[in-house]
Design a protein around this ligand. Structure first.
Ligand SMILES: Cc1cc2nc3c(=O)[nH]c(=O)nc-3n(C[C@H](O)[C@H](O)[C@H](O)COP(=O)(O)OP(=O)(O)OC[C@H]3O[C@@H](n4cnc5c(N)ncnc54)[C@H](O)[C@@H]3O)c2cc1C
Length: 480
């Protein structure tokens, strides 16, 4: 095994059970894998990151299109996402605030375009009853201790309930129900019938409240990265240098008496410890020998990925700003688009709208031919922003369920019963020398880039803690 010279500390570096310097292999160069590797490299530990794709970043993917950086995956960062902000600061990656000026628009059935602003909330279409339900969700989520989610007194009731059942039991007005359903799709990228109420509450708690998840300024959608959200990942990879290997797919992981053999598309690599990251779909494709404990296999199998397409319409200018519009749209009118945001570059030199398509609407939209897909995206934009919205220079769609490695996004959504039955041992307990990291394994900002970084760092620290050299205890005879 190779020991790299750079970043190696001679003091206190972890050792394997035989007393030799330890080698850790990290599977995946998304934010969790890179954060784990950085933590280990900072401590002088020999680490190698194996990434199947030809780029780092995973579910965060920024690509320049016609001189504009487009974030096809994760993009925003909020003020309480301190791990991501810290990483960005360390590597000099700049952020700028999201465009949140002017009127947003809600599209209601029957062709109604209802304007509202961030300060004056919309009135009508079930808004009043919805607000009460949102407050109840926050109160319920507040009873969850993130350090002990399985100790939640109402766990067995809440995890036995789908979010759709809760909506039907707790909200009487059909329009308020539709409001809540759209929120669920927008934050969890699935249908309310598919996800456990407990998981929704845990996720709310993990972000610090539903307002944090939904809001723009001072909340999860507060800021974006000048060079795209992939910039910090690229910077970490550059720092780790040849410790990150691209185009290397991990197919299997076998425990042996002296360590772990990682079977890749380009041969075997032997390590003392392995950190596995990636979506639940990606982790399910790795063959473990011996098989992983049943709890982990069940957790992964019962936590499918969400379904979301992120579609960008690129215009010569952000023309809606001159009309006093923010570019933010919420559609209850049955269009495939649920939400849009102004994703223009920081200097506003081009106009970019990002539109999100989720769940059932995604599946129906994805079956359409190319021209129909484009028309279905542009129709609500024209209704909200005016006829110019129908004449973009380009429309770029990224369908995350078709991404060969992630197979969906934003994150995994545990189905009812998964937390109760497999949470204790399946969520993030290591299996022998293999640890699991990734945003799905984070108690804070679960589902977000920040959560991915936290989980990677925590996995790395746990390995260092478990393998730290300990002073030999002198036995009784030697001390007397
Ligand atoms: C459209 C979209 C919008 C989002 N918006 C936001 C947002 O605004 N803010 C936010 O914070 N989060 C957002 N997210 C979520 C965020 O992107 C993820 O939570 C985060 O990137 C997950 O990081 P991760 O390291 O846990 O997993 P991943 O990013 O999935 O990284 C796992 C890596 O492992 C690699 N891999 C998988 N299998 C193998 C294998 N067998 N061998 C080798 N390598 C393998 C993958 O290629 C990948 O690079 C969004 C996601 C999407 C898709």
């Amino acid at each position: 095994m190779t020991v790299h010279d750079h970043d190696r500390s001679d003091d206190g570096a972890s050792i394997d059970e035989g007393g030799a310097p330890m080698k850790v292999v990290v599977v995946g160069a998304g934010y969790a894998g890179l954060a784990a590797a950085l933590e280990l490299a900072d401590a002088g530990i020999d680490v190698e990151v194996l990434e199947a794709a030809d780029r780092v970043g995973g579910r965060v993917w920024s690509r320049e299109h016609d001189s504009v950086v487009i974030d096809h995956g994760g993009q925003w960062v909020g003020p309480t996402q301190t791990e991501l902000l810290g990483l960005a600061a360390r590597f000099g990656c700049e952020t700028f605030r999201s465009y949140d000026e002017g009127r947003h628009v809600e599209l209601w059935p029957g062709g109604v375009a209802e304007p509202f602003t961030s300060d004056e909330h919309v009135d009508g279409f079930g808004a009043a009853e919805y607000a009460g339900a949102e407050a109840r969700l926050d109160a319920m989520a507040g009873t969850i201790d993130l350090d002990d989610p399985l100790g939640t007194p109402e766990l067995s009731d809440w995890d036995a309930t789908t979010f759709e059942s809760w909506i039907r039991d707790e909200i009487s007005d059909e329009q308020a129900r539709d409001r809540m359903r759209l929120v669920l799709r927008g934050v969890w990228a699935c249908e309310p019938r598919d996800v456990s109420l407990f998981h929704v509450l845990f996720y709310i708690r993990s972000a610090g409240g539903l307002g944090q998840l939904l809001g723009t300024l001072d909340c999860a959608q507060d800021s974006r990265f000048v060079d795209g959200a992939q910039a910090p990942a690229r910077a970490v990879a550059a720092h780790l240098d040849d410790r990150v290997r691209l185009g290397l797919r991990v197919r299997g992981i076998a425990h042996g008496p002296d360590g772990v053999t990682v079977r890749t598309s380009d041969g075997d690599i032997v390590a003392d410890r392995v950190v596995v990251t990636g979506s639940t779909a990606a982790q399910a494709r790795i063959v473990f020998d011996p098989p992983l404990p049943a709890a982990r296999r069940r957790w992964v199998a019962r936590s499918p990925m969400g379904d979301v397409a992120k579609v960008h319409a690129v215009y010569p200018t952000p023309f809606w700003r001159e009309a006093g519009l923010s570019g933010q749209l919420v559609a209850y009118d049955g269009s495939p688009v649920s939400y849009t945001f102004d994703n223009s570059p920081p200097d506003g030199s081009r106009g970019v709208i990002a539109a999100f398509v989720y769940g059932d609407a995604y599946r129906a939209w994805a079956r359409l031919g190319e021209p129909e897909r484009r028309a279905a995206i542009l129709a609500p934009l024209v209704a909200a922003l005016g006829p110019e919205a129908g004449r973009p220079d380009d429309v770029l769609a990224t369908c995350w369920p078709d991404d060969e490695l992630a197979e969906g996004a934003y994150a995994a959504v545990p189905t009812p019963g998964t937390w109760i039955e497999h949470g204790a041992n399946g969520w993030r307990s290591p299996a022998g020398r293999v640890s699991f990291a990734g945003t799905e394994q984070s108690a804070r900002w679960n589902g977000y880039i920040d959560g991915a970084i936290r989980s990677g760092r925590e996995a790395a620290r746990a390995i260092m803690q478990a393998t730290r050299p300990r002073p030999h205890r002198l036995d009784h005879e030697e001390t007397t």
